[in-house]
Design a protein around this ligand. Structure first.
Ligand SMILES: Nc1ncnc2c1ncn2[C@@H]1O[C@H](COP(=O)(O)OP(=O)(O)OP(=O)(O)O)[C@@H](O)[C@H]1O
Length: 242
């Protein structure tokens, strides 16, 4: 089975080679744990280092803000967009505001699944995308938890069907166990959980791969850092939180 390199130093060692192609991976974590940065790095590095065009579905932040945030790590996503290798789908602004009018891919109502899927398919076909990030998938069902599993399956069918590999970020609250709801946890192919824990008066970052269909992987909790160049995972280290 082909494995997709994450582009995150240390992460492929933990995944024994990378994410199996066509997997949909839930990236769960509380506020500020690094989900968006992880997802953006997977997409940006995938495009630049592995020549796999990428689509980011922006549900939580303005696309303009995302491009600015990515720049601080040296990731010039605007240039990739101009080259037709990267697409940001604006599912945040509802088309409101002058900046939104300049976006190429806009979902006017993210609650309309059909519109979202149509725009996603168009973007994937336009740039020949191999990687997809949805940030965050939680936004799609926060007001309708009964629909969560259905929504994830629908997206998974389209994304896997078109040969893409995906990261869906999933928001959980501080101290919450689990990853974003029972339906969702079983529907996805993989789960990576990011954590922030206070140890000796300091917040420490760590991650654990809870499940990954199609490969063996480390079952240890590995520390990671967010640096000026993005995330670095310490695959040879283990963090004990309790
Ligand atoms: N240049 C940087 N260097 C080091 N750490 C940074 C840098 N930029 C951001 N961070 C850290 O990353 C955190 C934000 O990460 P990110 O936006 O990926 O979190 P998130 O898990 O998506 O959070 P939320 O669910 O609240 O959106 C910040 O709180 C900060 O601690």
């Amino acid at each position: 089975m082909k494995k997709v390199k994450t582009g995150i130093p240390g992460m492929d060692d933990i995944l024994h080679g990378g994410i199996p192609e066509r997997n949909v991976v839930l990236l769960s974590g509380g506020p500020g744990t690094g989900k968006s940065i992880f997802c953006q790095q997977f997409l940006y590095k995938g495009t630049v280092e592995y020549n796999e065009p990428s689509v980011l579905v922006a549900l939580e932040e303005h696309p303009v803000q995302i491009r600015e945030n990515m720049k601080q790590f040296g990731w010039d996503v605007r240039k990739l967009e101009e080259e037709g290798k990267f697409a940001i789908i604006d599912a945040f602004t509802y088309g409101i505001g002058s900046a939104a009018k300049r976006e190429k891919y806009v979902v006017n109502d993210p609650n309309d699944e059909r519109e979202l899927i149509d725009v996603l398919k168009t973007a994937i076909n336009d740039i020949g995308a191999k990687r997809i990030g949805i940030d965050s998938v939680t936004t799609l069902y926060i007001n309708k938890p009964m629909m969560a599993r259905r929504t994830v399956f629908l997206l998974k069918r389209v994304i896997s069907g078109l040969g893409c590999t995906a990261i869906f970020t999933s928001q959980i609250s501080v101290g919450e166990r689990g990853f974003g709801g029972p339906g969702v946890e079983h529907a996805v192919d993989g789960i990576i959980r990011l954590d922030l824990d206070e140890i000796n008066g300091e917040l420490k970052r760590s991650l654990i791969v809870w499940k990954m269909r199609g490969t063996s992987h480390s079952l240890k909790r590995h520390p990671f850092d967010i640096t000026d160049e993005g995330i670095i995972v310490y695959s040879d280290k283990v963090l004990k939180v309790r």
